[in-house]
Design a protein around this ligand. Sequence first.
Ligand SMILES: Nc1nc2c(c(=O)[nH]1)N[C@H]1C(S)=C(S)[C@@H](COP(=O)(O)OP(=O)(O)OC[C@H]3O[C@@H](n4cnc5c(=O)[nH]c(N)nc54)[C@H](O)[C@@H]3O)O[C@H]1N2
Ligand SMILES: Nc1nc2c(c(=O)[nH]1)N[C@H]1C(S)=C(S)[C@@H](COP(=O)(O)OP(=O)(O)OC[C@H]3O[C@@H](n4cnc5c(=O)[nH]c(N)nc54)[C@H](O)[C@@H]3O)O[C@H]1N2
Ligand code: SF4
Ligand SMILES: [Mo]
Length: 693
Amino acid sequence: MNAPAEFARAVCPHDCPDTCALRVTVKDGKAIKVSGDPDHPPTQGVLCTKVTRYAERTHHKDRLLTPLRRIGRKGEGRFEAIGWDEALKLAAERLKPIAKRAPEAILPYSYAGTMGLVQGESIAARFFNVLGASRLERTICAAAGAAGLRYTYGASLGMHTEFYAESEIILIWGANPIASSLHFWTLAQEAKRRGAKLIAIDPYRSLTAEKCHQHIALRPGTDAALALGMIDVLIREHLIDPDYIRAHTLGFDALAARAAQFPPSRVAQICGIEEGVVVELARAFGSTKKASIRLNYGMQRVRGGGNAVRAIACLPSLTGAWRERSGGLLLSSSGWAPIDGAALERPDLLPGWPTKLPRAISMNAIGDALLHPGDETFGPKVEALIVYNSNPVAVAPDSAKVAAGFAREDLFTIVLEHFQTDTADYADLIFPATTQLEHLDVHKSYGHTHIMANMPAIEPVGGSRPNTDIFRGIARAMGLDEPALYETDEAIASKAFHWNDSTLEGEGWDSLKEAGWLKLRLDDAPLANGGFRTPSGKCEFYSERLKQEGLDPLPDYLPPYESADGSPELHARYPLSMISPPARNFLNSSFVNIESLRAAEREPHLDLHPADAAARGIADGALVRIFNDRGSMQARARVTERAREGVVVGLSIWWKKLSPDGRNANEVTSQALTDLGRSATFYDCLVEVEPMH
Ligand SMILES: Nc1nc2c(c(=O)[nH]1)N[C@H]1C(S)=C(S)[C@@H](COP(=O)(O)OP(=O)(O)OC[C@H]3O[C@@H](n4cnc5c(=O)[nH]c(N)nc54)[C@H](O)[C@@H]3O)O[C@H]1N2
Ligand SMILES: Nc1nc2c(c(=O)[nH]1)N[C@H]1C(S)=C(S)[C@@H](COP(=O)(O)OP(=O)(O)OC[C@H]3O[C@@H](n4cnc5c(=O)[nH]c(N)nc54)[C@H](O)[C@@H]3O)O[C@H]1N2
Ligand code: SF4
Ligand SMILES: [Mo]
């Protein structure tokens, strides 16, 4: 007789703003179904298609079940199974002498494979801190926007997603929520039913853009010009809130002068849109205080991404939209939970803390970093690399260099993974990691205001272990005796938050575990009466801090590195801008190996405008080669007006080895960094496309 089915409660660990509450049906020790928790207000019982397949992913036949040692060439993917003791011993033997001689030659590489605070950077960070390893700038995704808001608001302050449902106009700006944040789309739909106007600002007619009332298809990387043009119209047409500006902002006159350089005619030219569209957009936004912007990351992956966020962030402060809880903007609520980062990561364990820290290496230039021979300025050559919660060989830009770096025979690489990814193929040792259904964790969210607890629903599959356990094991095998390395997951989880913070008063780890989630106590309209966290306490249109750093104190439009304006010569050779935003059925490169989801995406496609296709003799359905000086990839052309003229779109991020030519969009993307925040510039990329014969 089979055991009866039971539910366990979990949290979606993926890099998605929605952070859903999950119900896991467990039978005979196996997860057989994962569904959305109907009791969790942000989740409302609904999951995206990807995560309804989480049981399929967890019990997939390709799950890594034992440690593996490489027996083939790097990248070839041939391994043999070994026991845990032997694997940990091998790791320790290689790492110990490097740690002794040149600790900075050891580099962690991780991102948000899991957003969990325990399986993310707790024991891992402590381990690298104790060693004095190089630090990693974790800036692949959100750093430009975060910096833009930090200079303007003092922090990533903003609206609560739930109140978008009450907005009268929503600008969905550089965001594709139907694919990337489904629960926000539900709220936008509710607003629409109540009469709100939805406007998408996106070079591509995404799944979301096609369902909005209006779609403004600007050129990639020109958002700052559009926002400055709106500012100019708002000011000239007196659609601003003088009292809010006087009380809560700094630098209005200087901003007005800057915006005056962006009349609608110039903006139209820069963005490749009609002049009237700029004027109408400003009027629509200025017509009501219940005007909101769902700002997202798609618009900041270009050279001027930080400035663009700064320019857009000025808009609700000019119109006083912040006075309403349904007015303002949201980029991320990630910083609102009172996380105790010092307790989790223990930076005080760093050898030179707090004055002389080990060097930091940008994850966005990992290719160059791995290929660097080492010198005075760079410091020691990277000799050991430990990858967890990330798949850099597929997701990092300028992939040929990344792969060449990973292929270095003298580099010792450890990868902690669920599956044998493109990155794992280059490992010397692979350690099998547990999934969210098998380990304990705690979460904040970057799209809602709940903190959440994830309790294991099943035992670890095969011989897999939680990241924390794997790092404890390596530490023990290296003979490290720092007690913080051996704290239990539950002890770490219990101190992840400042429980005495006003947002969590009266709560604690036990009540979080008991309830599954807790809503932070926050003001409904956090900026209605000011409350910016800049040095001046105001919304800083003009930033003295930027000036002191030798940067422009006012937001400006910086043409993309790779564009007709930014690099005319390059543009003459490679006239098409390529963007590679997420495909609906993948989550970054996660889920690409889940057959049902890959089948839904079919194969790598390239969407291109009929005029661009005709000029190159490319028919719908033809195989094409996309290339620039960095590399090339192949895809199947879809000739469609979804792509605006001059822009090609390759939805991503494919596993290279599951693509017909073993390549993906990052063959052509660059390692250049954004103006603010040193973020990646995935959508600042010129290419040419030709039919394949
Ligand atoms: N299904 C799915 N969901 C995901 C992810 C996934 O891979 N798959 N990834 C997760 C992660 S890590 C992140 S960061 C978020 C990303 O999700 P979003 O923050 O929504 O960002 P993107 O999907 O990168 O881009 C959103 C839209 O911006 C457009 N865009 C590109 N360049 C520009 C530009 O210069 N200006 C403007 N205005 N728009 C531009 C793109 O065409 C795209 O339709 O989604 C998360 N959710
Ligand atoms: N061309 C292009 N490139 C992009 C982007 C783009 O839009 N276009 N988007 C960029 C963005 S926004 C981001 S955030 C990055 C994302 O890049 P990554 O953070 O690398 O995201 P994933 O590709 O999903 O890889 C996460 C890996 O972590 C593993 N993992 C998950 N949970 C655990 C765990 O508990 N333990 C261990 N050990 N492993 C785990 C998963 O199996 C998966 O292979 O990619 C960037 N790259
Ligand atoms: S990926 Fe996002 S929408 Fe899908 S289940 Fe996870 S949190 Fe929810
Ligand atoms: Mo991201």
